[in-house]
Design a protein around this ligand. Structure first.
Ligand SMILES: C[S@@+](CC[C@H](N)C(=O)[O-])C[C@H]1O[C@@H](n2cnc3c(N)ncnc32)[C@H](O)[C@@H]1O
Length: 205
């Protein structure tokens, strides 16, 4: 599938109808999501034929992109059941077979390494301090191949240190810096839309 076609399909997905700020529910836009998955597949061969888990899947964007790029099995996990309903509908509309699991990521007991790749846009930890690192440390325990993840550029040094030192990652590499559009979703947003700098990371467990 061509990049533009993938971006177009992701642009048609329904997003959070009632976003919950305490869960940092910001959708990953089609531009960033398509590039994240395209790079994971075309540069590293991390999607097609692989078992892919989408941590904090929300309305399913990253998992759906993985399925569209030929993942063998996709599992989306989120703590919010309303988002999972939308994600299931999005997948059904595109006739994709994805398993969605209602679970808090910290209660995920998987350690058998049957998941090859984890893709995620985790909470940045602005509401619940440390939630970004919680996602990362669990992803590094679950994935046998690699973790692709978005994190605020301002946290780059902290992320690298924690991944290599505390989570024993073999490598932690910023693939590119992107602008993440945050739409005016919540009352405290003063502007119609802001963008923040985010890094696209690849971690090898
Ligand atoms: C920044 S949003 C990203 C949503 C989606 N992956 C996307 O790319 O559009 C973060 C997601 O993590 C979910 N989340 C937050 N805390 C969680 C937790 N402890 N366990 C599982 N999911 C969680 C939120 O409900 C939300 O859907």
């Amino acid at each position: 599938m061509k990049l533009k076609q993938l971006e177009g399909l992701l642009g048609s997905l329904q997003q959070f109808s009632n976003p919950k700020v305490e869960l940092e529910q910001y959708p990953t836009g089609p531009h960033i999501a398509s590039r994240l998955l395209y790079m994971a597949e075309n540069t590293f061969g991390g999607i097609s034929g692989k078992v892919v888990a989408d941590f904090g899947c929300g309305c399913g964007t990253l998992g759906i992109a993985s399925a569209l790029l030929g993942a063998e099995h996709v599992i989306g996990i989120d703590v919010d059941s309303q988002s999972l309903e939308i994600a299931s509908k999005n997948a059904a509309d595109l006739e994709l077979d994805i398993d969605f699991i209602w679970c808090d990521i910290k209660n995920l007991g998987w350690r058998d390494q049957s998941v090859n790749t984890v893709v995620m846009n985790p909470p940045f930890g602005t509401r619940k301090k440390g939630s970004d690192m919680e996602f990362l440390s669990i992803a590094l325990k679950v994935a046998s191949g690699a973790v692709y993840s978005l994190h605020k550029t301002t946290t780059r040094d902290h992320i690298k240190r924690t991944a290599l030192r505390d989570c024993s990652a073999k490598s932690a590499e910023v693939l590119c810096e992107l602008r993440f559009d945050v739409p005016q979703l919540y009352k405290f947003h003063k502007k119609k839309e802001v963008d923040i700098a985010v890094d696209l990371w690849r971690f090898v467990p």
